[in-house]
Design a protein around this ligand. Structure first.
Ligand code: NAP
Length: 251
């Protein structure tokens, strides 16, 4: 059985991925939707042509990830696409955040994404594709978004390195690095609108555009997906030297 897996499918860009991939998946029998809110994923399933399975899972819980590992072992699917989209952010100064807030962000954005990548790779074959949700925040350290930006720098670095390691297996990885996108993430991350700078307001992107660009870039096997001029400029000005090194780096 060929499947696509999308984490963070109950909302925002994960939900949009399911809707857009539905019409361009090719030989995929099922889409597995992963997040905590089952009703929202069931409502989404009803909109899809491809058969969908809504799996309620808290990705920060080791026991629930172990259960998912067992499901994979029993079903033994071929994973054609993995979209690691689940993520949270909190826009506050470091000392204003609770230990729980910081640790749950690290647990979801870093630990769970790494674990999902490890769990799914054995089921991926030549031609399989992985989309990892990083952020434009990966390119520059951000005060008041310190842990979030650092977690996305981790995702970016992991994706670029794995891309090199997996080339020989014919598996591609695309790191999606958007600037601000119009999803519930914004209202969850910002306690009040004063923290959301005018620059961010001007550059905010549409969910559908970011996801369409990510799917197009993934199809072309691109390492990084950037949507819109401001984020491309930020990328070029911060990552050019690193890209040059990566081009000649042999693992
Ligand atoms: N929106 C932006 O401005 C922006 C910019 C750059 C990058 N990003 C990144 O894009 C990705 C998608 O975010 P979004 O904008 O679509 O935000 P969103 O609408 O808030 O979606 C976040 C998703 O993560 C899931 N999630 C949260 N905690 C979870 C947990 N413990 N276990 C399982 N799933 C969990 C949520 O589902 P449940 O609550 O149902 O579990 C939800 O489906 C994130 O990685 C985010 O960091 C967003």
């Amino acid at each position: 059985m060929n499947i696509a897996i999308i984490t963070g499918a109950s909302s925002g860009m994960g939900r949009e991925f399911a809707l857009q991939l539905d019409s361009c998946l090719g030989k995929t029998d099922e889409i597995w939707l992963l997040a905590r809110r089952k009703e929202s994923m069931e409502e989404l399933s009803s909109l899809l042509r491809t058969k969908a399975r809504a799996i309620s899972i808290d990705l920060t819980k080791d026991t629930e990830l172990n259960q998912f590992e067992e499901i994979l072992a029993i079903q033994n699917p071929r994973i054609t696409v993995l979209v690691n989209c689940a993520g949270v952010g909190s826009h506050k100064i470091f000392t204003g955040q609770s230990r729980e807030e910081i640790e749950s962000m690290i647990q979801l954005n870093i630990v769970a994404l790494t674990r999902m990548t490890m769990l799914c790779l054995p089921y991926m074959r030549k031609g399989s594709k992985m989309i990892q949700f990083s952020s434009g925040a990966a390119f520059v350290p951000q005060a008041a978004f310190a842990v979030y930006a650092a977690s996305k720098a981790y995702v970016y670095s992991l994706s670029r390195a794995l891309e090199q390691e997996l080339k020989g297996r014919g598996i591609t990885i695309t790191a999606v690095c958007p600037g601000p996108v119009n999803t519930p993430f914004i209202s969850n991350a910002y306690e009040d609108s004063s923290g959301f700078s005018p620059l961010k307001k001007i550059t905010i992107a549409k969910t559908s555009c970011v996801v369409k660009k990510a799917i197009d870039d993934c199809k072309r096997g691109k390492s990084v997906s950037l949507c819109g001029f401001p984020i491309k400029l930020l990328y070029l000005s911060t990552q050019s030297v690193q890209n040059l090194i990566l081009r000649f780096w042999k693992p």
